[in-house]
Design a protein around this ligand. Structure first.
Ligand code: CA
Length: 238
């Protein structure tokens, strides 16, 4: 890649973890800043938006979920959340409030670097070929260039990965995509990941889109897009 490497903000109060995460990311070529509290993180984000945030869930002041919520009010910056093994419910909430992915402690730092790379790869390049593309499906209107979703005339706010997942499914309407395929295409995993990430994002899309959600569960396989309900507006052919 020709562009300069992204800067990464590591938010972690345990200094031993913060320093080894920083070390591995620096060795992978990223510029790294650190914050040890949620407020410190929000201040740094307000002054200078990083390219990605590695965010520990448990922080001494405001937790990672609250930090994510506040950042999402103004920014789509990718967020990789770090959670402890017993914080299962919390990491699901983390995804629901707009984190892009999570890693459970203890983790292999090489996996952290791999996740960071894949998140950045998915969030920056090759959006260009989508620029002028839109898809209409029943009441749903999705504009890939503007990253806008409307149901009838109402704009729906989606987290970045929710948008990407919806687009991926709509772009392959008629096909069933497995959870692993969706992880690979939307999250950029090249290894087996935790497919619950996909399920959580589908649940959020259904909640936000309501009756306009076109996503159908294919039991034991994955997800697909249902035919558009409004027969007068046939979806454009692929
Ligand atoms: Ca912590």
């Amino acid at each position: 890649m020709t562009q300069s490497p992204a800067s990464i903000l590591v938010v972690e109060d345990e200094s031993s973890i913060a320093s080894f995460v920083s070390l591995y990311l620096k060795n992978a070529g990223y510029g790294v800043r650190t914050a040890s509290t949620g407020n410190d993180a929000l201040n740094q984000v307000a002054q200078d938006m990083p390219g990605l945030i590695v965010l520990d869930l448990m922080l001494p002041d405001i937790d990672g979920i609250e930090v994510t919520k506040r950042i999402r009010q103004t920014s789509d910056v990718p967020i990789l959340m770090l959670t402890a093994r017993d914080e299962d419910v919390d990491k699901i909430i983390g995804l629901e409030v707009g984190a892009d992915d999570y890693l459970t402690k203890p983790f292999n730092p090489r996996e952290l670097v791999a996740r960071v790379k894949s998140i950045l790869r998915r969030s920056t390049p090759d959006r260009r070929d989508l620029e002028s593309e839109t898809i209409d499906h029943g009441d749903l209107h999705v504009d890939a260039g503007r990253r806008e979703v409307r149901v009838a005339e109402e704009e729906i706010q989606l987290a970045p990965k929710e948008f990407d997942l919806l687009w991926e499914l709509l772009d392959h309407r008629g096909l069933v995509l497995t959870r692993d395929q969706l992880l690979e295409r939307v999250w950029g995993y090249t290894f087996a990941g935790d497919t619950r990430t996909v399920d959580v994002h589908v649940r959020q899309l259904r909640r936000k889109l309501g009756d306009a959600s076109p996503i159908v569960t294919v039991w034991g396989v994955g997800y697909k897009v249902s035919p558009a309900k409004d027969a007068k507006k046939d979806p454009p052919k692929k």
